[in-house]
Design a protein around this ligand. Structure first.
Ligand SMILES: C[S@@+](CC[C@H](N)C(=O)[O-])C[C@H]1O[C@@H](n2cnc3c(N)ncnc32)[C@H](O)[C@@H]1O
Length: 202
């Protein structure tokens, strides 16, 4: 009986925390990085590479790399001559990603700290951009999409990835309307409604 009460209290507590996260967009703290290091089902690295199609020589921006789950494979595809810029609110996340890039012998990853709602890059700086399980953590999603549209060259692509077990999950319908509000068009998706990559045209 006591065990059942404790289990119910635990489940209630977990639900409460998930609901709090859902309605209070904020960055996943570095101390909780365990979550972003778990395998990402459906929104796999291979699927991202297929949808983003990074090519040698390109300059690509990743917003919210976390500990670099996707960064290293994308950076490798940009060689020779290309560069991956990683941009995150938290310096610890950037340091972690750079450390992993160094361990893999990648020298084409550049890190900048800041808030995605105000990107410190000139217009049309990038061939493309991507952000995976990041948009819902940003208090003003339209501002972040508008900034991505500004720094990516006209006709370039921005890929977003989402998975439903993330408390900050952004549904495809909601993404599509936010993207339309800043003049971006949904080109294609890969995956399903509960876990998907969406490719937007900037
Ligand atoms: C859930 S993690 C995702 C990490 C990685 N993309 C992945 O899928 O494994 C979200 C990341 O976005 C970053 N982030 C959240 N809000 C941000 C903001 N406003 N500007 C820049 N980065 C932000 C967090 O610091 C964190 O590194």
């Amino acid at each position: 009986m006591h065990a059942r009460t404790a289990a119910l209290a635990g489940a209630g507590g977990a639900l409460g925390v998930a609901l709090w996260w859902r309605y209070n967009p904020s960055a996943c703290p570095y101390s909780q990085r365990f979550w972003v290091e778990l395998p990402h089902p459906v929104i796999t690295r291979e699927r991202l590479l297929e949808v983003l199609a990074p090519a040698a020589g390109e300059r690509i921006l990743e917003v919210g790399p976390g500990t670099g789950y996707y960064s290293l494979d994308v950076a490798a595809r940009l060689e020779p001559g290309g560069r991956l810029d990683v941009f995150d609110l938290q310096k610890e996340m950037l340091d972690h990603t750079l450390r992993r890039a160094g361990e893999r012998g990648l020298t084409n990853v550049e890190a900048t700290q800041g808030d995605a709602r105000d990107l410190p890059y000139p217009d049309d700086s990038f061939d493309g951009g991507f952000l995976v399980t990041v948009l819902g953590e940003i208090p003003d999603q339209e501002a972040a999409l508008r900034e991505l549209a500004r720094v990516v060259k006209p006709g370039g692509r921005v890929v977003t990835g989402e998975i439903a077990f993330d408390p900050h999950f952004v549904s495809l319908g909601s993404l599509e309307s936010r993207a339309a509000a800043v003049g971006m068009r949904l080109e294609r998706t890969s995956g399903g409604r509960l876990a998907y990559f969406a490719r937007l045209e900037a």
